[in-house]
Write a protein that binds this ligand. Structure first.
Ligand SMILES: C[S@@+](CC[C@H](N)C(=O)[O-])C[C@H]1O[C@@H](n2cnc3c(N)ncnc32)[C@H](O)[C@@H]1O
Length: 256
């Protein structure tokens, strides 16, 4: 089963049905750009059931939301049968967005790690597509999993329940089966892991922050800033290799 097949299952769609708040770094970035939103044409990629749509579409000049999962978009449309006049939501894949002209969006958002469910080659293609549709000087915001968090994924947590403990042991063994030991990734910049998300039904791209910055710079993105999932605050660029408490990180950068 591919990741796309998994995102098309009722089971995964249900996991997002009641999630409607902004994550801390998203809130920080929302507050930073709020005054500019009314002039912006926004592209929101991988919207799922419209968690970010609810927060951004009322404030931007024009909002376009896409997701490559038919099931997500179908369920979104049931959840929000009446669309705002400035809003268009449709099925679309970040890897090929030929329906959108070059230099046509002031703000592109790919929230909650949506970019992590495609291969490395497709990720580069996706970032090139995003750069093509973004206006020079415009903003691109996305989040991606942090490979330096890997030891935490393997942690066996305890509470007073034997059932919970046995599940944690089972989870640990499955992590070992799919990915090997975490030490294997010490010298690696990025990896595609099965981290147990959605009961091991999807694989996820993890990347070290320094490597992510390098990837963006090579593609021509400028003014790259990092925001912590845990605190929502901007992360200093000086200690990149020590960032191991955030399972994923938000990045903002400009189209050059
Ligand atoms: C973790 S969910 C987040 C959903 C929503 N953004 C939210 O925050 O609740 C990731 C979403 O990205 C979408 N996605 C993954 N790869 C994609 C691609 N290549 N093009 C468009 N959407 C994609 C998935 O279908 C899924 O809905």
């Amino acid at each position: 089963m591919t990741n796309k097949d998994s995102w098309n299952t009722e089971y995964l769609v249900k996991d997002y049905i009641n999630y409607d708040v902004l994550q801390k770094p998203e809130k920080t970035i929302f507050d930073m750009v709020w005054g500019k939103l009314s002039n912006w044409r926004m592209l929101d990629i991988g919207i799922g059931l419209g968690r970010t749509t609810v927060h951004f579409s009322p404030y931007v000049k024009e909002y376009v939301g896409i997701d490559y999962s038919d099931k997500m978009i179908e369920t979104y449309k049931k959840k929000f049968p009446e669309e705002r006049e400035n809003t268009l939501v449709k099925v679309g894949d970040v890897r090929s967005m030929q329906e959108f002209a070059a230099n046509s969006f002031d703000f592109v958002l790919f929230s909650f790690n949506g970019i992590d469910y495609i291969s490395h080659e497709d990720r580069i293609q996706a970032l090139e597509e995003i750069k093509r549709v973004g206006k020079k000087g415009g903003l691109f915001v996305f989040s991606t999993h942090n490979l330096q968090y890997i030891n935490k994924i393997y942690t066996i947590k305890h509470n007073n329940s034997l059932k919970y403990f046995l599940y944690q042991c089972y989870r640990y063994l499955r992590l070992m089966f799919h990915n090997g030991l975490p030490g294997k990734y010490r010298e690696t910049d990025f990896a595609i892991l099965n981290d147990g998300a959605h009961h091991f039904s999807i694989t996820t791209y993890y990347i070290k922050p320094a490597a992510q910055i390098d990837q963006l710079e090579r593609l021509g993105f400028k003014n790259i800033r990092l925001f912590s999932l845990k605190t929502g605050e901007e992360i200093e660029r000086s200690g990149l290799n020590e960032i191991d408490q955030d399972s994923w990180i938000y990045y903002s950068c400009e189209f050059a």
